[in-house]
Design a protein around this ligand. Structure first.
Ligand SMILES: [Zn+2]
Length: 293
C-alpha cells in the first residue's frame, strides 16, 4: 500500500462532522463495509482510527440512503413507536443543547477571563469524558492533558478549582497456586480473594483503585472529574498533595443543582469539543493532540 499523506486522513471527529453522524455510527459504517480503517494511531489510552478523506467524501451522497436503511432496521428490531419517540426526543434535545450552551456562555460572561476559561474548559471536558466513556478511550489522553494543565495553572490559585485524593484498595491478581486452590474449592477467583485475601505470591498493584477527584464549582455550575491515582500522582509534590477525602462524588456536570442529562451530553459535536479544549491548551503553548481542521 502506498503511503497516504497525513492531510488526506480524517480522524473520527472529522468523519462525524463530514457525514453528520456520531462516533458510534462510524463503527456501523465500517461494520457494513462502507468505510475502511486506513491507519491506527496509538494513544496512551487507546487507538484512534483514521480514514481517507476521498472515501469519506465519496460517501456523502449515499448517507441519506444509509441513514434511512439504519432507521428501517432499528424500527424493525426495536419497534417503530419507540424509535419515532427517540427521534423526536433527539431533535428536542438538540434544540435544548443549543439553548443551554447559549445560556451557559451568557451566564459566565461577567466573570473574569480566567474564570471563564476554566469554566469553558470544564464544560467541554465534561462532553469529552462522555465521548471517551461511550467507546472512544483514546480521548482520555486529551482529558489527562487538560486536567494536568488545570493543575499546573489553577491549583492553589483559584478557589473554584479543588482536588481531593480518594484512597482505594490495591488490585490483587491471584497467583497460579491460589487459582488452583480456588478451583478446588469451587470458588470464583473473586470469592476466593474475598475469603482469603490471596497469599504473598499473588501480585498487588498498590492503590490501584485510588483516584484523584477534580471539582470546578462556580456560579450555578459544578463539574466533577476523576483520574486514576497512577496517572495523576506525578502531577503533585509533597507540598501540593491534595487533601484526602472519604468517598468520591459522582463524576459529571451539574447545572443549577441537577445533573446534566445523557441526551444533553451527547449533543455537542466531538469536533467542537476537541477544538475548544485544544484552544484552551494553546494558551499554555500545548500542541494539539488531534487534528480538527
Ligand atoms: Zn497466591
Amino acid at each position: 500500500m502506498s503511503k497516504i499523506p497525513e492531510q488526506e486522513l480524517l480522524n473520527p471527529a472529522q468523519i462525524s462532522q463530514t457525514l453528520g453522524i456520531t462516533p458510534n455510527n462510524i463503527k456501523r459504517l465500517t461494520g457494513e463495509g462502507y468505510l475502511e480503517v486506513q491507519k491506527q494511531v496509538n494513544f496512551k489510552n487507546g487507538v484512534m482510527q483514521l480514514f481517507t478523506r476521498t472515501q469519506a467524501h465519496g460517501l456523502i451522497p449515499a448517507m441519506p440512503r444509509i441513514k434511512q436503511a439504519w432507521e428501517r432496521y432499528d424500527n424493525y428490531h426495536q419497534g417503530g413507536n419507540r424509535m419515532a419517540k427517540a427521534r423526536t426526543y433527539r431533535h428536542q434535545s438538540y434544540r435544548n443543547k443549543v439553548n443551554r450552551k447559549e445560556q451557559f456562555l451568557n451566564s459566565i460572561n461577567e466573570l473574569s477571563q480566567d474564570r471563564q476559561a476554566i469554566l469553558i474548559a470544564a464544560y467541554y471536558l465534561y462532553y469529552l469524558n462522555h465521548y471517551a466513556k461511550a467507546g472512544s478511550s483514546y480521548l482520555y489522553d486529551l482529558k489527562e492533558t487538560v486536567l494536568h494543565t488545570l493543575v499546573k495553572n489553577y491549583y492553589h490559585r483559584d478557589k473554584c478549582f479543588k482536588i481531593s485524593f480518594i484512597e482505594g484498595t490495591n488490585k490483587i491478581a491471584l497467583c497460579p497456586e491460589c487459582r488452583a486452590k480456588a478451583n478446588n474449592q469451587h470458588l470464583s477467583y473473586l470469592e476466593y480473594l474475598d475469603k482469603t485475601g490471596g497469599c504473598l505470591k499473588c501480585t498487588r498493584e498498590y492503590k490501584y483503585y485510588s483516584l484523584y477527584e477534580f471539582t470546578i464549582g462556580c456560579q450555578d455550575y459544578r463539574f466533577c472529574f476523576h483520574t486514576p491515582y497512577a496517572t495523576a500522582k506525578k502531577w503533585f509534590n509533597k507540598h501540593t498533595m491534595p487533601p484526602r477525602k472519604e468517598c468520591p462524588e459522582r463524576e459529571g456536570a451539574y447545572a443549577f443543582g441537577r445533573a446534566i442529562y445523557d441526551s444533553e451530553a451527547m449533543a455537542v459535536e466531538l469536533i467542537e469539543v476537541i477544538d475548544e479544549l485544544q484552544k484552551f491548551l494553546a494558551v499554555f503553548e500545548i500542541e494539539p493532540l488531534i487534528n480538527t481542521y
